[in-house]
Design a protein around this ligand. Structure first.
Ligand SMILES: C[S@@+](CC[C@H](N)C(=O)[O-])C[C@H]1O[C@@H](n2cnc3c(N)ncnc32)[C@H](O)[C@@H]1O
Length: 333
């Protein structure tokens, strides 16, 4: 995280134009798209606010000329906003508000935001591509739960679905952000030219899929339910990001930095810690499809067999498994 913090810091201090921020109310509006309970949401927000303050100081602003920050926390309606507000840092130096709704759509008035941040949320697709559920389509994803190790038609269907939602996100944020403002987006990614099955998440999705198929073979879960389950998540490549930003046309890429998705690569992860993190990330989506009854059995099996998966996980391409993208809203024309 230290590296990502430095990337965000350096880019804001070097590239942010503070002229558009000088409004009559002297307030800076920041939207955090896709919050979750836990320290990450507040930590990333604070990194951005600190960097903006440093930029103001470097431009000669005195403490009484500093902007006031308004932070909007956005997530889906079914997320519990009470938990968010109960866990806000007590010493925060910003006003806060919750904004529920899908971030691909319009949530804010025209030209009202100065900063957008989103971390590990844009990778979630609101809906899996319909073709992967269609028995008559070449992209029918029978017996798998993700596009990792699937036929090219499945990979293409997921890529097109991600492009559709990311395109909507860029279109709506282009309207909501003021000229010269910035977006910091952090996403899981797959390096250009590397098979999805060689990145850590791909290996873990394959592993989860084989545990589910085994449960179906033993009659503990219906085969039809497994066939109709596809994880609605996509790891974008740097090339795809570049193409989508160019297609939208309203943003310049100020920085694009592939990094390692592991929190601290110096501390070796164990089968247990990986299973717990994976379970925390996916339990909701699995429960909504299969019901809560299978969760313990599924992740016990997942953990039992982690020894077989660890060698490929350790030799996989962790470098480039996360990407930080910093965009600037171009001038309106
Ligand atoms: C994995 S959490 C990421 C949390 C946090 N940003 C972090 O870095 O730890 C993803 C969050 O994004 C939300 N989310 C997913 N799709 C969304 C969408 N289309 N619109 C708004 N929120 C969304 C989910 O409900 C969830 O709370």
């Amino acid at each position: 995280m230290e590296f990502t913090k430095n990337v965000i810091d350096e880019t804001i201090i070097e590239k942010l134009e503070i002229k558009p921020f000088s409004s009559a109310s002297n307030s800076v509006c920041v939207a955090n798209m896709g919050w979750s309970v836990g320290p990450n949401t507040f930590y990333c927000t604070q990194i951005i606010l600190d960097a903006v303050e440093k930029k103001f100081i470097s431009e000669g602003f005195t403490p009484d000329q500093m902007p006031q920050f308004q932070v909007f926390f956005n997530s889906l309606l079914f997320d519990d906003f009470n938990i968010l507000f109960e866990s806000l840092p007590p010493k925060r130096r910003y006003f806060s508000a919750g904004v529920p709704g899908p971030f691909h759509g319009r949530l804010f008035p025209d030209s009202s935001l100065h900063f957008v941040h989103s971390s590990y949320a844009l990778n979630w697709l609101s809906e899996v591509p319909p073709e992967v559920l269609d028995k008559d389509s070449p992209a029918w994803n029978q017996g798998r739960i993700h596009y990792t190790s699937a036929p090219e038609a499945v990979v293409e269907a997921y890529a097109a679905q991600f492009a559709k939602y990311m395109g909507m996100f860029l279109d709506t944020k282009a309207k909501e952000l003021v000229e010269g403002s910035m977006m910091v987006l952090i996403l899981p990614s797959t390096p250009d030219g590397i098979p999805h099955s060689d990145v850590p998440t791909g290996i873990l999705f394959n592993h989860l899929g084989s545990c589910l198929v085994d449960l179906a073979k033993e009659g503990l879960v219906s085969e039809a339910l497994v066939d109709s389950f596809n994880i609605p998540m996509y790891s974008v490549t740097p090339k795809e990001i570049r193409q989508l930003v160019e297609r939208n046309g309203c943003f310049s890429i100020e920085r694009m930095e592939p990094t390692d998705c592991r929190t601290n690569p110096d501390i070796p992860a164990t089968g247990y810690s990986i299973t717990m993190r994976f379970r925390a990330g996916l339990e909701g989506v699995i429960t909504r499809h299969f019901g809560a009854e299978i969760i313990n059995e599924l992740f016990e099996r997942f953990l039992e067999r982690m020894d077989d998966v660890m060698p490929s996980l350790l030799s996989s391409n962790a470098q480039g498994s996360q990407i930080t993208v910093i965009l600037k809203r171009k001038c309106y024309n």
